[in-house]
Design a protein around this ligand. Structure first.
Ligand code: BGC
Length: 548
């Protein structure tokens, strides 16, 4: 049985500014979040991932950091943050924060000094070119919103590199002083009590960029160095990396120090995310089966982090053009729903037509696949989006707590809110909110609580193997199993609309008092596994056997 907390965690991601506002200024804050920790504990969350918390001009939702050693004063003080860590710890919730060190804000004092003084020690902290790099129109992450990756700085009279927006100059990883500073930033927050980091943009952090070389070498060794440092400072801290790269490159991020990973601990599974979306769109599990088959073997301790929606667009760039077209047609047919030519900027509930059965199916599936599940705030109540907002902001509207004005998020006037609350249509806060769902045992929120509790009793899912069970099934049905030294779980998910039966009798000899532990409805006894029923968009989580 795994003793690593991150292999058993349920991660919940939120942005402090849209979660809960305690002082009525229209912006969510740390004290507001502290007041909601009991809600998260009841939901079954064991790890909070906070989107950037640092002072920032906020031109990329905080991913443009102006001071790595403080919290945004709009959110509170470092004192409030320490209090949050203490209160979360009391409830058994770990806190990880975004570590955004590929770049800084152009307002960061380091960049200000670097651009204005050729003698500044910070000049070499960034990546410069004396003449216009020929590859400056390549490698943009936000096509349409970003025209180039090198921009001319009038003060420095030099070109500087920025993989993301122009106001996010890249740090120079080749400079040992930069690498030391990144380690110091990690050490600072670990000392305060965070449990680790969601590392932003890892493939770009380690790039040793040179003008005119669009595919520079990557310094993977820096990840080894960083891991060694954080592990020394806090033994059970984790690095959860964002690296949306080709499958054959994935394992390198975990490293392999003699079979036991020596770089990052966890990686977001972008590959599975795209395939899950495809499978849900086509109502056919083939893409998931393929993903399970192709999943590379990870070094000991390596772990996937699975998700359906994150804080960015649903990224479909690793699907084929035909597959992408199918997902767009089903989940984001209008141009205003799409982003960067590769993604969808909607929440899951609107994508699935607010269909409760399909929502349960989608999340039951995500949470039962190998790895650690990550849930974006508001998904547990089926929140919608606001396509009138720019780009990725569509899914960054305030949390809907109740039917009180501003969804109970803030007592400020509507005009002062950090972003408008969703107040019209099927997803308006009067219809979709925590307070109502908390009272209703049949609500989506109550279902999430039950599902997560059930998952916590099935450690095989987080720490064990996950394999497709190849038995004859009606179209649309996926059968998979999770095995560990603790026992075996068996999962039947029907991605299609029609009821069906599955013959699982070949597994019967392995079963020991098997029973449904979670299902979309009550089903007849499992019998000898011969005619296992599953409803259209239905699912059954079956405990096959349990040791101990
Ligand atoms: C984050 C984005 C952010 C970007 C730049 C990412 O990959 O997920 O939200 O805009 O990094 O920091």
């Amino acid at each position: 049985m795994s003793d690593r907390w991150y292999q058993k965690a349920v991660v919940y991601c939120l942005d402090i500014d849209t979660y809960a506002d305690s002082n009525g200024d229209g912006i969510g804050d740390i004290r507001g979040l502290i007041g909601r920790l009991d809600y998260l504990a009841r939901l079954g969350v064991t790890c909070l991932w906070l989107n950037p918390i640092h002072p920032s001009p906020d031109r990329d939702d905080g991913y443009d950091v102006a001071d790595f050693y403080n919290v945004d004063p709009r959110f509170g003080t470092l004192g409030d943050f320490a209090e949050l860590l203490h209160q979360a710890d009391n409830l058994g919730i770990k806190v990880i924060i975004d570590l955004v060190v590929n770049h800084t804000s152009d307002q960061h004092p380091w960049f200000q000094s670097a651009r204005s003084d050729p003698e500044s020690p910070f000049r070499e902290w960034y990546v410069w070119a004396e003449s216009a790099p020929p590859d400056r129109h390549q490698g943009m992450v936000f096509p349409g919103e970003q025209g180039e990756t090198w921009s001319f700085d009038r003060t420095a009279k030099l070109w500087y590199y920025h993989r993301f927006y122009k106001f996010q100059p890249d740090l120079n990883i080749k400079n040992p002083a930069v690498r030391e500073e990144i380690k110091k930033i990690c050490a600072f927050w670990l000392q305060l009590g965070v449990a680790g980091f969601r590392m932003d943009a890892v493939p770009f952090i380690i790039e040793e960029t040179e003008p005119g070389h669009p595919n520079p070498p990557k310094n993977m060794e820096f990840l080894t160095e960083l891991r060694e440092h954080v592990q020394w400072r806090k033994g059970d801290s984790v690095l959860l990396a964002e690296a949306n790269v080709e499958p054959e490159q994935l394992v390198g991020f975990f490293g392999d120090g003699g079979g036991s990973g020596n770089r990052i601990h966890m990686l977001f599974d972008f590959m599975l995310n795209g395939r899950l979306m495809l499978a849900l769109a086509r109502e056919n599990p083939e893409a998931i089966i393929e993903a399970l088959r192709e999943t590379p073997k990870l070094p000991r301790g390596g772990q996937w982090a699975t998700f359906l929606r994150n804080h960015d667009e649903v990224d479909l760039s690793r699907l084929t053009a035909e597959q992408r077209a199918d997902v767009f047609a089903k989940f984001g047919p209008e141009p205003e729903m799409q982003l960067y030519g590769r993604g969808i900027r909607r929440r899951l509930a609107p994508m699935l037509g607010n269909d409760r059965k399909r929502l349960e199916l989608a999340y039951a599936l995500q949470f039962s696949l190998r790895g650690t599940p990550v849930l974006r705030y508001g998904e547990e109540i089926g929140m919608g989006d606001d396509l009138a907002l720019e780009g990725r902001d569509a899914i960054r509207t305030p949390m809907q707590w109740s039917i009180l004005p501003n969804a109970g998020f803030s007592t400020a006037s509507k005009a002062e809110l950090v972003r408008p609350v969703v107040d019209h249509g099927d997803f308006a806060y009067e219809k979709v909110n925590v307070t109502q769902q908390r009272l209703d045992r049949k609500s989506l929120l109550s279902w999430f609580e039950r599902m997560i509790r059930t998952l916590r009793e099935a450690p095989e899912v987080g720490a064990g193997s996950c394999t497709h069970v190849d038995v004859p099934v009606p179209p649309g049905v996926l059968v998979h199993r999770a095995d560990d030294s603790t026992g075996t779980m068996l999962f039947v998910h029907n991605l299609g609309p029609d009821d069906g039966t599955v013959d699982l009798s070949s597994l019967y000899p392995e079963a020991e008092s098997p029973n449904d532990v979670l299902a979309d409805r009550e089903y007849a006894d499992l019998g000898k596994f011969r005619e296992i029923e599953v409803a259209g968009y239905g699912y059954r989580w079956i405990r096959l056997r349990r040791y101990s």
